[in-house]
Design a protein. Structure first.
Length: 121
């Protein structure tokens, strides 16, 4: 029986991994977060509409729409890596979660999802 290689962790290891399920997830999570943060930095680090700058609620948005279809097809990580690798990322911008939903609603990208945004501010 093999065990997790992290110090003070002797959980069993499944498959070919060197880490237990918990530590494996933790590692994957860290990598994912770093790539996301890198993309957010490249794109300026704040919401282009309202200036919100907490990366945890910032989302990479396609300026011309259609982003959710691309994300669905390739997965977030692939899209992020492509942005990092590309010299030209003018097709992308940062929006905070609020502005992104409002934009989607206005562009009717919500496709049957039941979202109501009050126009009375
Ligand atoms: Zn472990
Ligand atoms: Zn915003």
């Amino acid at each position: 029986m093999r065990h997790c290689t992290r110090p003070e962790c002797d959980d069993q290891v499944r498959y070919r991994s060197r880490l237990c399920v918990y530590h494996d997830n933790e590692l994957a999570c860290k990598v994912r977060r770093n790539v996301r943060q890198e993309v957010i930095e490249i794109l300026g680090g704040y919401c282009v509409r309202c200036g919100f700058d907490d990366w945890r609620a910032l989302q990479v948005d396609h300026v011309h729409g259609g982003g959710s279809a691309e994300y669905k097809k390739k997965g977030n990580m692939k899209v992020y890596r492509e942005i990092i690798a590309a010299d030209d990322f003018t097709g992308y911008q940062l929006l905070c979660a609020n502005c992104n939903w409002i934009k989607r609603y206005k562009n009717k990208e919500t496709k049957g999802e039941k979202i109501r945004v009050s126009e009375k501010a």
